[in-house]
Design a protein around this ligand. Structure first.
Ligand code: SF4
Length: 333
């Protein structure tokens, strides 16, 4: 059953991609026999968590850990292979596109590259109007114009520039326009996928402050996808750490940075440089991240873990509560 306090509830979510290619690509000779093999990228594997109203829930992990796929699957941009998604207690993972429409207005996404996510042939006015008309068929044009001007002011872009095209703006201004587009339909929940990583460092703080400001003014709930631990520490209420498509640790942000419990989280956080520390205590992991096509048996981290034991190679550690509201998936805990 979905969590009564959760805005969003994810239960055992799975997203795999079949990359086998055509029928002929799937056959090969093995030990003198012709066998058919399918190749599957196991991007998201059995992920369970909930996001509470008004919080900033961050998902962190190295590139390729499945965090962006997880976000897109939650928003139904990819259909899940298994698992359940509940929004305000209503199951949405099996809804048709038509029945999904009211939820699409409530759940918006901000992408990493503002230039790629804005239509270069559309003025800012058209870009911001389009989703409003799409989700409110009977709205008047005066009301739409007012709404566009309000969100432009909120994100710090002068409404006088509404007739301009995306290429006439800087990277930071384009990301402000992307945020404005997400806000025009009055959402409750926004997934921000690496929203500042394509921007100059000097602009990143401005955009983060803008997002925090909008959250306070409009009571928004955020899910932040990022690999930038500095950003995560600054903005998050709770943090989920992902490794090879699985959540290995989930805790309130302050506690996670203070007392990381999972060996992978400890290694990840040890890579953050500390001002004034001459010898960084960086935990060196062995080996490379395995491919999500061939997931290791047992604990997916066992090949790189400094504490792996026999049990870790055979059994998958469950994500369990190791402290109040602090979950980790490790046999050591
Ligand atoms: Fe390491 Fe075993 Fe814990 Fe996995 S379960 S993190 S391999 S100790």
């Amino acid at each position: 059953m979905p969590n009564a306090n959760g805005l969003l509830d994810i239960r055992n979510l799975v997203k795999h991609f079949d990359i086998s290619g055509g029928l002929l690509d799937q056959f090969r000779f093995e030990n003198g026999k012709l066998v058919r093999r399918r190749t599957t990228v196991k991007a998201v594997n059995n992920v369970t968590f909930n996001v509470k109203p008004g919080e900033t829930f961050s998902v962190v992990g190295e590139s390729g850990c499945g965090k962006s796929t997880l976000a897109r699957t939650i928003l139904r941009l990819y259909p899940p292979n298994a698992g359940e998604i509940y929004y305000r207690g209503k199951r949405i993972d099996k809804l048709t596109q038509e029945k999904m429409l009211p939820y699409r207005a409530k759940m918006q996404m901000i992408f990493q590259d503002p230039y790629a996510s804005l239509n270069p042939r559309m003025t800012v006015q058209k870009t911001l109007e389009e989703p409003v008309y799409f989700h409110n068929k009977s709205i008047s044009s005066t009301e739409v114009k007012e709404r566009v001007a309000t969100v432009m002011e909120l994100v710090g872009v002068d409404p006088k520039w509404a007739g301009r095209y995306p290429h006439e703006f800087s990277g930071g201004q384009r990301q402000r326009i992307s945020i404005a587009r997400a806000l025009t339909v009055d959402p409750e929940f926004i997934v921000a996928d690496e929203p500042v990583s394509a921007l100059d460092v000097s602009i990143q703080a401005q955009i983060l402050n803008l997002l925090m400001d909008a959250q306070q003014k409009r009571g928004l709930t955020y899910m932040f996808i990022t690999h930038d631990l500095g950003v995560v520490k600054h903005i998050s209420t709770r943090v989920a750490v992902m490794y090879l498509g699985m959540v290995c640790e989930l805790a309130p942000a302050a506690e996670l940075f203070q007392t990381p419990m999972h060996p992978y989280t400890q290694a990840l956080l040890s890579a953050i440089p500390v001002i004034g520390e001459l010898k960084p205590k960086h935990i060196q992991l062995r080996g490379e991240v395995p491919t999500p096509i061939n997931l290791p048996s047992g604990c997916v981290f066992h090949g790189r873990c400094l504490y792996a034991k026999e049990e870790c190679r055979e059994h998958v550690p469950p994500l369990r509560e190791v402290n109040t509201d602090h979950f980790a998936a490790c046999f050591l805990l």
